[in-house]
Design a protein around this ligand. Sequence first.
Ligand SMILES: [Zn+2]
Length: 138
Amino acid sequence: MNKRTIILTDQENRERAQSRKREIEQEGCHCTIYQLDERIELKELLSSQPLGTKVVILADDNVQTLRQLTKAVGFTNRDITVVQGEHESSRIFCSQCHHIQKVPRYQEYQCSNCQNHIEPSDHFSAFHQAYLGYPVFK
Ligand SMILES: [Zn+2]
């Protein structure tokens, strides 16, 4: 049986979406990419998908909104995979002064409170609802 996956992505993440598509197809699944800024009727698109379709959301902005919308159409959490775009801003928790700041997800930045250079890690703190950032020493 051919499983179907659709990838919802934006211009900035198109290349990552392409490589994701190749991975999915190597597993023998059918995969289609929809770029969100092509003015697609997302709700219509989602509700016209056959039962059992998996949805991958790979975008910079509004990923949570997209997830909500996808769920509203009837998809469950198990059907939906959210992949954060590289340029997305996230809350980063400064390990030096505990200041939380919204910055691009994968870029070093200077903490506006303690002035340390901080590098965001992949460690997400549910308590702070932020990724932990560690100082970069040069
Ligand atoms: Zn700080």
